[in-house]
Design a protein around this ligand. Sequence first.
Ligand code: 6PG
Length: 246
Amino acid sequence: MSRLKVFPDAASLYAAAAEEVLARALDSIRQHDRFTFMLAGGSTPQGLYSLLAHDFHERFPWAKTHFFWGDERHVRPDHPESNYKMAWDAMLSRVAVPQENIHRIETEGGDPQQIAHKYSALLRDFFGVLEGEFPRLDLVLLGLGTDGHTASLFPATSALHETRQLMVANWVQKLNSVRFTMTVPLLNQAAYIVFMVQGQEKAPVLQAVLEGEIHSEGLPAQLIRPVHGHLLWLADEQAASLCQFR
Ligand code: 6PG
């Protein structure tokens, strides 16, 4: 089941996303005493991360939350483009989260394939699943690129067709670089998937992904369809301005 909720501006979008993350956290902890949260990169989630660290600081169950990354750039963790660094600066460095709850993608050293295999192994170990099985994350947070990509699942790239691995090194020709990305079957096992989409420049792609024809090779975000979970789209008025059904 997929729903779109539209908010008047970015601030109310972040506030709603923060409430949603908190609700998912408390619910997961009630059910199995921990919360597994996959973070997104890009600029949109930054406002959410800052809000969680600031206004939600006291209410959020940091000690029982485990943080994972859905995608990463092939840069060191202190590089300005690192998704880990963004989440660290905006949120994780400001709250009392145990170091062992932060499961970043270790991008330094090794070739890209090894880095992806290592993170797949980390996920299997943490969730106690065998090779070929897919763990169930409690919450996956995603963004949407103007070209229809999500996580680092870019149009017409090999990662879109991955059926067995949890994380792959995905060559993205237009960026002339490798991106590490969780795969579609792993993302689709999540209990909740929340997309955050903000700004006028996202209006055409949001409309195409939600209301256009299915064209998943060109619009990878259309591949995100939880198998037994919930899918929620949170957008601001500008991003949703071309959507008919809301
Ligand atoms: C990344 C992402 C990516 C992002 C979208 C939207 O590392 O870049 O995880 O999928 O969410 O590109 O990014 P913005 O929020 O910056 O528009």
